[in-house]
Design a protein around this ligand. Structure first.
Ligand SMILES: [Mn+2]
Length: 316
């Protein structure tokens, strides 16, 4: 458990950092902290985890790319919606990435490896990737599990982007490319209708959030992907065009989740006596002409079209 990891670090008198688990910016910021404090311990969490009691219980030596966890000594962040709170704030809503501010906060502005990491964070956070190594890092991070992300932070702290050239980070990047290509293949098989209802009866090892974004890029206005993650467990990913008339927050909240107008989601538990209920509950809300199934239409009592995909095992 990550709370225990933080507690142990505290007891050993090590500096602790709290960084965003979600993207290259968060991980690059964490790597900068490790570069400055090799004995330090990084904890990676998402923005919503910051409200958890154990996160609020600690005094964090360094926080990056996240809202205030309560008690923080130094914080580097560029989100307009996050209020400053730390003893020393490196906060600039106009900064292209939190890592830019993290490097400043940690006194690493002139370090060559740090410069590389900052540049990688800027390119990914501004969706303007020009360096091939940054593209590889982005794909490695997108498809990495939590444990793998800690390994990425350590490797980046020691070697910078050169860590992508061999060993575990090269492997993670290769897996990222493979999964992303699989995602693009699925996107190609789907029709570009205004609104899509997609059902995935098994997890395909892709990022479904990325698939909603990819389909929107291609012109779909409203994408709902329902993924069956277990016998009774489902996950909804909703994506809508920012200026469109569709509202993901509304759909997600009706399914027991939440989020933004343009991106929202829900985890749904089906009743034991009716394990396919979430499919029909979502269809009731969306009233789709057809359900696109990433696999077989078996037993789905709705107009259904099969999208022939090859399963690749679990991932996101
Ligand atoms: Mn960021």
């Amino acid at each position: 458990m990550i709370a225990l990891r933080a507690l142990l670090a505290k007891l050993r008198g090590r500096p602790i950092a709290l960084c965003d688990v979600g993207d290259v910016d968060g991980l690059a910021s964490a790597a900068l902290f490790k570069k400055r404090h090799p004995e330090g311990v990084v904890i990676l969490v998402g923005p919503s985890d910051v409200k958890k009691w154990w996160v609020r219980a600690f005094t964090w030596d360094f926080v990056a790319d996240l809202p205030c966890p309560g008690k923080a000594k130094v914080r580097a962040d560029h989100h307009v919606t996050n209020k400053p709170c730390a003893e020393a704030e490196y906060y600039d809503p106009n900064a292209p990435a939190a890592a830019v501010l993290a490097a400043k906060a940690l006194g690493l502005e002139n370090d060559a490896v740090a410069k590389e990491l900052v540049e990688a964070a800027v390119q990914t956070d501004t969706a303007n990737i020009t360096d091939q190594r940054v593209r590889l890092l982005d794909l490695a991070v997108r498809y990495a599990g939590r444990g793998e992300k800690y390994a990425i932070v350590d490797l980046l702290a020691v070697r910078g982007l050169a860590a992508l050239e061999e060993g575990p980070l090269k492997k993670l990047a290769e897996r990222g490319i493979e999964r992303h290509n699989f995602l693009l293949k699925i996107a190609e098989l789907l029709p570009l209708e205004e609104s899509l209802f997609i059902y995935s009866p098994v997890r395909l090892g892709i990022s479904y959030r990325m698939l909603t974004i990819e389909l929107e890029k291609r012109g779909v206005q409203f994408v709902n992907i329902l993924v069956r993650r277990g016998y009774r467990t489902y996950r909804l990913y909703c994506g809508a065009h920012k200026e469109g008339r569709y509202n993901c927050a509304e759909i997600a909240s009706k399914m027991g989740g939440g989020g933004h107008k343009f991106a929202a989601g829900a985890v749904i538990k089906a009743p034991i006596y009716n394990v396919t209920k979430p499919i029909y509950a979502l269809a009731e809300l969306l009233k789709p002409n057809v359900v696109y199934v990433l696999g077989k239409c078996d037993n789905i009592k709705l107009p259904c079209r099969e999208v022939p995909v090859m399963s690749r095992g679990s991932g996101d």
